[in-house]
Design a binder for this molecule. Structure first.
Ligand SMILES: [Fe+2]
Length: 695
């Protein structure tokens, strides 16, 4: 083995090729550490978006900064130094880095030849000794290392209406832990920013209980109703620049390596493939998809393969036009050249590894997914305004599975109340989130993984949340469906056929330790994944933790404003006892069913309410809080996995304290690794504070 191969199994030449493929230059550590000889004076103003690192493996990590020219248009020549100490007395790698206008003055450097499971510090310096802030990062453990892996997962930071107190809290919590327990990385599951932006002057009324902040102004932009959306590359870049000016986010990026996957808002709130629905109709948005992709590539250091020239100084955006979509098969990948070029501009789904215990599989849930069938005009007439707009579970299942429903025997019509609607999906393919190629990749990674825990970085949740509407007393009217009404249908909860396919594969191949960690719902849920729920078979084969938003408003916050006592079913969502804080009954209803919530509303007696709990509603759910904000932390060891939800109050204002403000509760879930054929089990413990009454 050569010296170069000592730590990572790669040599310099291989790292140079890897760096080029991901649009980075190379800083290779081959010699003994030495003290920095560079003059360096911190000038954060010259590096306005700070520093970041991303996608570590056991021998390398990508380092990032942005340094626009102070005057004129000439690129500052930067040097990056990587050291084993924050005083840079033990510098192990140095390289040149050249920010260029083509990349919006961002740079990516692959620091390689590093030791596994080691903390490093890095900084960028220009030719005049003017330096970036110092960043800290950490490599992954070596393949044969069985130490526990600690990481956080986060999602949904809406700086237009909130603050990043959760990052401040995470930084504080981590600082106060011994090194072996500190976070090795932060997994960001998307909605890094919200592309739909209000300017304060356009919306003087509050957004629920939030004030509109002035965080992003689009150079071009398009105004729709009272909000603005990005339309070109300069706009998407402006979103990253606006968000990264936040000190809490900037400190977090400088303190841990981030592993990022986009969700919808990095492109368009109703975007899928290279298309979107800005108003009512599906429109080709391939130019926006490419612009969003390029900006993501420029601002999120990630081990992804870009299309086109491997030169690290360039991002060759594919030339696309917004394609006519009249010849569009809405239920599968749109085989149109502009669409295919846009979604293949960057492959972001990927696999990363932390020693023996963690394989991290990240899926791209937006670029290949089919059109969401419940938006189809064929569902007109199946609305349930008297029943909280929930959709009958059997209708979701019929429409989702299409021609595959019932083992290939879909019904011709769909019953809804006393009406029959044509099954407009009976000849169509099932809905897909992953698309054919990515799904094949994902299943193969799962099958081949030898890690104790297969962590699925999954921007969207699966855990079904449903109410047993069949049990509503007659005074509320007759539920037009069969048994259950469903929440959250445009994520895995409504793409049940594909979810079932994945869970069947897991079961059939005896795959254990699958743990899906998710974002997107602005809610915290913990539980087990089963292909079906009662009255069908309940056979859990995996764990899932949906982490709540860093700051985006969640359901309970919305209910506080929009659910009124005159709404007949308000007791299922929100209860307002006189002179006491309101109670988020929605959590209770999802866990225990409608009778339990209605009993509680009448009696105020939890014991009587729990006596009415329906054990069939949610055997798969351990915990639900639709009112949380915060972050989630995972510790994955050789025999067990622990996930802690750290919940903070509504971050409508920036915390003024160094700890990020109070913690409302910490709840920890534990699962032992299970054997093939065994059923995973979750235990839980409230370790601080009080979970919201009455879960
Ligand atoms: Fe979100």
């Amino acid at each position: 083995m050569t010296a170069d191969k000592k730590f990572s199994g790669f040599n310099r030449r291989e790292f140079a090729a890897a760096a080029a493929a991901m649009g980075a230059s190379l800083a290779f550590s081959a010699r003994a550490a030495h003290a920095s000889k560079r003059a360096w004076k911190e000038r954060r103003d010259l590096y306005p978006q700070g520093v970041a690192s991303g996608d570590p493996d056991s021998g390398s990590v990508i380092l990032w900064t942005r340094c626009p020219p102070a005057t004129g248009n000439t690129a500052p020549k930067l040097t990056v130094e990587v050291a084993e100490d924050d005083a840079f007395r033990k510098v192990v790698a140095t390289a040149a880095a050249l920010p260029l206008a083509d990349n919006d003055w961002t740079v990516r450097v692959l620091a390689a030849g590093l030791k596994p499971a080691t903390t490093y510090w890095y900084r960028f310096t220009d030719a005049h000794g003017m330096g970036s802030r110092i960043g800290r990062t950490r490599t992954a453990p070596a393949d044969d290392d069985s130490r526990p892996v600690n990481f956080a997962f986060v999602s949904c930071q809406d700086q237009n209406t909130g603050y990043n107190n959760a990052y401040r809290r995470m930084l504080y919590d981590d600082r106060n832990k011994p090194e072996a327990e500190q976070l090795g990385f932060v997994l960001h599951l998307g909605d890094f920013f919200y592309e739909l932006v209000w300017y304060p002057e356009d919306r003087t009324k509050p957004y629920y209980n939030r004030k509109i902040r002035d965080v992003v102004r689009y150079p071009t932009g398009q105004k729709i109703a009272d909000y603005h959306i990005p339309v070109d590359l300069a706009d998407y870049r402006a979103a990253y620049k606006g968000y990264l000016a936040d000190p809490d986010l900037a400190d977090a990026r400088a303190n841990w390596p981030f592993i990022c996957m986009w969700d919808n808002h990095e492109f368009s709130w109703r975007g899928f493939q290279g298309l979107t629905i800005d108003t009512k109709d599906i429109v080709g948005a391939q130019t926006r998809k490419v612009a969003a992709t390029q900006a993501w590539f420029e601002y999120q250091p990630a081990r992804v393969a870009k299309a086109g020239d491997p030169d690290w100084n360039r991002y060759d955006a594919p030339k696309v036009a917004d394609a006519d979509i009249k010849a569009f098969d809405v239920y599968s990948l749109v085989q149109e050249p502009n669409n295919l070029a846009a979604i293949n501009a960057l492959r972001t789904y990927r696999h990363l590894k932390w020693g023996k215990n963690v394989d991290l599989l990240l899926t791209d849930n937006r670029s290949f997914r089919s059109y969401f069938v419940l938006n189809d005009d064929g569902t007109n007439g199946m609305e349930t305004p008297k029943f909280l707009d929930l959709v009958p579970q059997e209708i979701v299942e019929i429409l989702d599975a299409g021609k595959a429903y019932g083992g290939g025997h879909p019904p011709d019509t769909i019953a809804f109340g006393d009406k029959q609607f044509p099954n407009f999906r009976k000849d169509k393919d099932p809905q897909s989130i992953l698309g054919k190629e990515q799904k094949a990749w994902f299943l193969e990674q799962l099958r081949a993984s030898k890690a104790t825990w297969k962590i699925w970085g999954n921007s969207q949740g699966s855990l079904n949340a449903r109410l047993d509407m069949k049990n509503l007393p007659a005074e509320f009217g007759t539920w037009p469906g069969k048994d259950y009404g469903m929440f959250w249908l445009d994520d895995w909860a409504g793409f049940r056929h594909e979810q079932g396919e994945i869970l069947d594969f897991v079961k059939d191949n005896g795959i254990t330790g699958l743990t899906s960690v998710c974002g997107d719902r602005h809610a915290s849920l913990a539980g087990l994944l089963s292909k079906s729920l009662p009255p069908q078979a309940y056979e859990p084969v995996a764990l899932e933790f949906v982490g709540t938003s860093i700051s985006s408003p969640g359901t309970v916050e919305v209910y506080e404003v929009i659910v009124h006592d005159k709404e007949p079913l308000h007791a299922l969502l929100m209860r307002r006892p006189p002179g006491a804080p309101s109670e988020p009954m929605v959590n209770f209803s999802i866990l225990h069913g409608v009778k339990a919530s209605l009993t509680y509303d009448k009696t105020g007696d939890l014991k009587q309410a729990l006596a009415q709990s329906n054990p069939e509603v949610a055997p798969h759910l351990a915990f639900v809080d639709l009112g949380a904000h915060g972050y989630s932390a995972v510790r994955a060891s050789a025999d067990r996995l622990e996930t802690t939800f750290v919940s903070i109050p509504n971050p409508a204002e920036r915390s003024t304290t160094d700890d990020g403000g109070p913690v409302t509760y910490r709840i920890r879930f534990r699962a032992n690794i299970w054997q093939p054929g065994e059923t995973p089990k979750l235990e839980q413990e409230v370790v601080e504070g009080v979970v919201p009454f009455p879960v």
